[in-house]
Design a binder for this molecule. Structure first.
Ligand code: GCW
Length: 725
């Protein structure tokens, strides 16, 4: 009896506890985990769906390649999701069908398309009659281009169009459109904030994950046609036989999607893995070693893309170690790859130990004199700004300076300097700003976009690279909204004149919602997000203020690093008189690297755009800011405050979307915004308190005092911040 009572009490208590747990257990929302990216294919509105069914009774893919199989699979899946399915006609095309074909596959198409202008990658989508049958046609010269056309077709449906309305031609403006993975062979991703590397090198080549295919689909949907698998701080092992088998396995997965693989190579590989005593590019044995290596690679991977090289930069070996130029180093590799059709992407991110030149000038000084000395299969890959992926930089003066050397654009998609993966920053506006900048290299209209696409100087090859923000996180990019940066990078690599707002709009409608008001609200936040970030991190042309090593959070006070130009103090030069780096003719004269009229405009503070003021000038704290009439100090503080406030307002704006988008995605962004707000205020407070020690001026009227003390901010340490180099 006693035993029973005891048991009953126990049971009663257990029920109490479990119901208490039940009552308070947080109901973390179920929902979309983001894995499907912008390829969700959720069902379209009924009316649109009906119309599509009226216009298209069946579809037919004429080809039978591996790429054709990919197209079929995508169409099956997408049409099933969007409109409940449309039948495939495997044998031919009937009345009112969607036909995907090259003129080679369906010769009657030839008279309807301008094959020559489409090239290998362009496509057209139009409505026409063939053999008396009304059709919607996706036509191109190759199956890969048909795949690009397929993805565009599906995008158009998701943007509200029906097949009958489509009439478009699309040809990529840039030849080489790559993602650069800064992924190490041990799966650590340098500057990666979305988990580990998606490449499981250990299990390759036998074990191939489904996400390799989905990665390829996502890239192909944007027209990305190359991927550099490993970090530019390269491990020589990647081109040993053991790893080449793994590279091959990935190449085999990507091939049907039109994606070539490339690897980053270490310049000293002949010594490290080849047993040679030198890696001197003019040494015949070294040249032969690379030729043999290229032959070996192409034996295994016949359509291998080529090499990406970081040389004589941040401790990496390079031709300079042997007294040779970048051109001599790059040419040696280019000669080894040329017989196989491979290319070299040679990075211009260099700043030498022994040079006493201001850092922003060094890449130009080094590469401009080499113009004309590079082989035809070399692209020089340049970061968008002259320093290093800062929240805002003027464009690198190398764009436009080398008519005979194609300059490949390198954007950072991962947000090393823009808040990792917890700040909600849409980078489309930043890319657009860089691409639309006027270089004046050949007078007006000489935009960076026209340098990069090769049209300004009629270069025979062109390229754009994006340092990927992709990792093993379920949603790929660690933050739902940051998927849009992968997306916009790809779309702008296809068309460097594409507009950030248009792309934001299409991304949102495919990924989050088609509800007009909600789309508008999200787009509004995305479009303003980068400017807010500039404001709370580095307003008015300030740059390189981040903490050391991991680059997480503010560190404007750092002044003790091994090299002068690693220190934030080198860049802001705040003192009792003022702040900013004088790059005008009376200072470092970096402005001379730009064409007129830019060099004259940048030479004087009055004509320098305000967003670059402190990039080019050291100005007194009481300098009058034209747009607001405030003193420089007051303006600086106001901007820091504005940036932080804008983020807070953005978080509140996001809150209004509860119930209007997928609950899990809503929640994930909301949680990230909590961090974002906190960190925006952290940046604001730390920077304002620090600069105040020089300006000795009060916080302007009407603004609250920064919280915390400078000492506290300086003492913060983050030994385990992700993504370290
Ligand atoms: O921005 C810096 C990064 C390094 C990176 C380097 C580069 C891969 O802090 O992590 O190294 O640029 O672009 O080579």
């Amino acid at each position: 009896m006693k035993y029973l009572t005891c048991l009953r009490t126990l049971l009663f208590m257990a029920t109490l506890i479990s119901s208490a747990v039940y009552a308070v257990a947080p109901t973390f929302p179920d929902g979309d985990d983001g894995y499907r990216l912008w390829l969700k294919y959720d069902s379209l509105e009924k009316s649109q769906s009906k119309k599509i069914h009226r216009e298209i009774k069946s579809w037919h893919v004429a080809g039978d390649s591996a790429t054709s199989a990919v197209i079929r699979k995508e169409l099956h899946m997408a049409l099933e999701g969007l409109v409940g399915g449309i039948a495939e006609n495997e044998r031919s095309f009937g009345k009112r069908s969607l036909l995907l074909a090259t003129p080679e596959q369906v010769p009657a198409l030839a008279e309807h398309i301008d094959s020559e202008s489409l090239g290998d990658e362009g496509y057209t989508i139009k409505n026409l009659k063939l053999d008396g049958k009304a059709l919607t046609v996706i036509a191109a010269n190759t199956d890969v281009a048909l795949l690009y056309g397929t993805f565009d077709f599906l995008r158009q449906l998701q943007l509200g169009k029906t097949p009958g309305e489509l009439d478009l031609v699309s040809v990529p403006r840039i030849d080489v459109r790559t993602l650069n993975h800064w992924d190490n062979l041990d799966r650590h991703v340098e500057r990666g904030y979305s988990g580990s590397s998606i490449w499981d090198w250990h299990k390759l080549p036998e074990y191939v994950y489904p996400h390799y295919y989905d990665y390829a689909r996502a890239n192909a949907s944007l027209g990305i046609n190359g991927t550099v698998l490993n970090n530019v701080n390269a491990n020589a092992l990647v081109i040993t036989p053991h790893y080449l088998e793994k590279v091959k396995a990935l190449a085999d997965v990507f091939r049907p999607y039109g994606i070539k693989v490339y690897v980053s190579v270490k310049f000293s590989s002949p010594q490290l893995i080849g047993g040679l005593k030198t890696s001197d590019p003019l040494d015949p044995a070294v040249q032969q070693w690379w030729k043999d290596k290229a032959d070996e690679i192409y034996d295994i991977i016949p359509d291998f893309g080529g090499f990406l090289v970081k040389a004589n930069s941040e401790g990496q070996p390079g031709p300079g170690d042997f007294g040779r130029t970048h051109a001599e180093g790059a040419n040696m590799l280019a000669d080894a790859l040329a017989p196989h059709g491979g290319i070299v992407m040679w990075r211009a991110f260099v700043y030498a130990h022994d040079k006493n030149e201001e850092r922003s000038k060094q890449a130009y000084s080094e590469f401009k004199p080499l113009d004309g000395k590079f082989r035809k299969n070399i692209l020089v890959q340049v970061k968008n700004g002259p320093i290093d992926f800062q929240p805002r930089e003027p464009f690198s003066p190398l764009f436009g300076a080398t008519p005979q050397t194609p300059m490949m654009m390198e954007f950072q998609v991962t947000m090393e300097y823009l808040g990792f993966s917890t700040h909600m920053v849409y980078l489309g506006t930043m890319y657009e700003e860089a691409l639309q900048a006027e270089t004046y290299a050949k007078g007006e209209g000489s935009t960076v976009a026209r340098v990069v696409d090769g049209s300004l100087f009629n270069n025979s090859i062109s390229g754009m690279a994006g340092v990927a923000n992709i990792g093993t996180d379920r949603n790929w990019t660690g933050h739902p909204i940051l998927q849009s940066n992968w997306y916009v990078f790809g779309r702008m690599a296809w068309d460097p004149d594409a507009r950030a707002d248009v792309i934001a709009d299409e991304w949102i409608r495919q990924t989050l919602t088609r509800e007009k008001k909600v789309v508008a609200s999200i787009k509004d936040m995305m479009m303003r997000s980068r400017e807010m970030t500039v404001d709370y991190m580095t307003p008015l042309g300030l740059h390189h203020l981040m903490a050391t090593g991991h680059h997480y959070g503010p560190g404007p006070w750092v002044d003790n690093l091994g090299r002068d130009d690693w220190n934030p103090t080198y860049y802001h030069r705040a003192d009792k008189n003022g702040i900013g780096l004088d790059r005008s003719p009376s200072g470092e004269n970096a402005v001379e690297q730009y064409f007129s009229p830019l060099k004259e405009q940048f030479a004087k503070p009055e004509t320098t755009p305000e967003e670059f003021l402190l990039w080019f000038h050291h100005l007194p704290w009481d300098y009058k800011i034209k747009s607001t009439g405030r003193t420089l100090w007051d303006e600086l503080v106001h901007r820091y405050y504005q940036g932080a406030e804008d983020v807070k307002a953005m978080a509140a704006q996001w809150d209004t979307l509860e119930g209007k988008i997928d609950p899990l995605q809503f929640k994930q962004v909301q949680m990230a915004l909590d961090i974002h707000v906190k960190e925006a205020y952290w940046w604001r407070n730390a920077c304002v308190l620090y600069f105040q020690t020089f300006s000795k001026r009060p916080i302007p009227d009407g603004l609250e005092k920064p919280e915390g003390s400078l000492e506290e901010y300086k003492a913060m340490e983050f030994p385990y911040a992700p993504g370290r180099g």
